[in-house]
Write a protein that binds this ligand. Structure first.
Ligand code: NDP
Length: 346
């Protein structure tokens, strides 16, 4: 086996939207696994919106990536050396190996995957963190009820497409919001949404709201929040009494700097939003999926058979080559991906 590898580090912190200059591709030596570690050759790495937050030097639920540090993220690959009896060379695993061709991690942070059940990269998408996020957020905080109406944006991504399909199976009317006519067609034709609106075709929140009103004649009971921004402004006035808003992500605002006590006061309140939450008795629940890993087996038990049986669809957007990961990430933040963003290595 070669003793050199490649990795991508954070070269500098972005000011607003990330650019290619914020990343640096490096050659380095393959690390030596310590006691209880596994060494893995990566086949696919995940590109996720949360990585934008880690690039800022700001307080959040996870520590920032240091400048010159490895870009963090989940990957799947093949064990080449194992210093833990639970794994052997040739096993396929998922773990926190970052933006790199090879990685070492403690066995406790690594999960074995069975390539005979589903393609290995599904452990990063429909059967991995994003799919689990959609399932958990909807079932635990969306509390869907047959006959209700649900709206979700980023509808063709791994979170949104899971939310829409689970809600549809529970008998809700499901309306997606996505960027462009192709993605909207995918939401309806492949993922079975009842309707999908193109947020790019509606320039203002009021325009988008008028279209949503037509698509949701009985109002909105569950708004699964993936994006914030114009979509949130369009949806809020259409929420029904006792509606639920699981707050999963706010990608429209990820380039707007950090939170915490030292952040500027701008944007700290949204008076109409808060008053709507009050007068409509809405349940608004933020959640971070890493606090819910104990429910992963339940998710896999329920959803994996549907994926394997072909009754739950998924879409992947695969970029070839580690060196193209930064561009794939920049594209993800502006809707350039269609489906789960992955990078194939080697
Ligand atoms: P996607 O693969 O769906 O990619 C993000 C999508 O967001 C883009 O493709 C684009 O889709 C959409 N988007 C980007 N900017 C805007 C905008 N300004 N307005 C509307 N839509 C926009 O991502 P995921 O499915 O992986 O993640 C979806 C959300 O879930 C993200 O916010 C992510 O951070 C969050 N998340 C939260 C977790 C948690 O623990 N709370 C865990 C995992 C994900 P389009 O072109 O269709 O608009």
């Amino acid at each position: 086996m070669t003793d050199t590898m490649q990795r991508i580090v954070l070269a500098s912190r972005p000011d607003g939207a990330p650019t290619l200059d914020n990343f640096r591709l490096e050659d380095t030596k393959v690390p030596t696994p310590g006691d209880g570690d596994v060494l893995v050759r990566v086949h696919y790495m995940s590109i996720d919106p949360y990585m934008r937050g880690r690039m800022d030097d700001a307080k959040s639920y996870a520590a920032p990536i240091p400048v010159d540090g490895l870009m963090e993220g989940g990957s799947v690959g093949e064990v080449t050396t194992s210093n833990d009896p639970k794994f052997k060379p040739g096993d396929f695993v998922m773990g926190p190996f970052g933006w790199a061709t090879h990685g070492v991690a403690p066995a406790a942070q690594v999960m074995k995957i069975d390539p005979n059940v589903a393609p290995i990269q599904t452990a990063l998408g429909v059967l991995g963190m994003p799919g689990f996020t959609g399932w958990l957020g909807l079932t635990k905080y969306g509390r869907p009820v047959e006959g209700e109406t649900l709206v979700v944006a980023a509808a063709t991504g791994p979170v949104g497409s899971m939310v829409g399909q689970i809600a549809k199976a529970k008998g809700l009317r499901v309306v997606g919001i996505a960027g462009g006519p192709e993605k909207c067609a995918l939401a309806v034709d492949k993922f079975g949404f009842d309707a999908c609106l193109d947020h790019r075709a509606h320039k203002t929140a009021s325009e988008l709201r008028a279209a949503l009103k037509d698509a949701c004649p009985n109002g909105i009971d569950v708004y699964f929040e993936n994006v914030g921004g114009k979509v949130l402004e369009a949806v809020t006035p259409l929420m029904n009494l006792h509606g639920r808003i699981p707050i999963c992500g706010m990608i429209a605002w990820y380039n707007e700097g950090g939170l915490g006590e030292t952040a500027s006061d701008a944007g700290l309140t949204g008076p109409k939003l808060w008053r709507t939450i009050l007068v409509k008795s809405l349940s608004v629940n933020g959640f971070i999926i890493s606090n819910h890993w104990s429910e992963l087996p339940k998710f896999l038990g329920e959803v994996a058979p549907k994926v394997v049986g072909g009754t739950l669809a998924y879409e992947e957007d695969i970029t070839e080559g580690l060196e193209n990961a930064p561009q794939a990430f920049i594209d993800l933040l502006t809707g350039g991906n269609t489906g789960k963003a992955l990078v194939k290595i080697g």
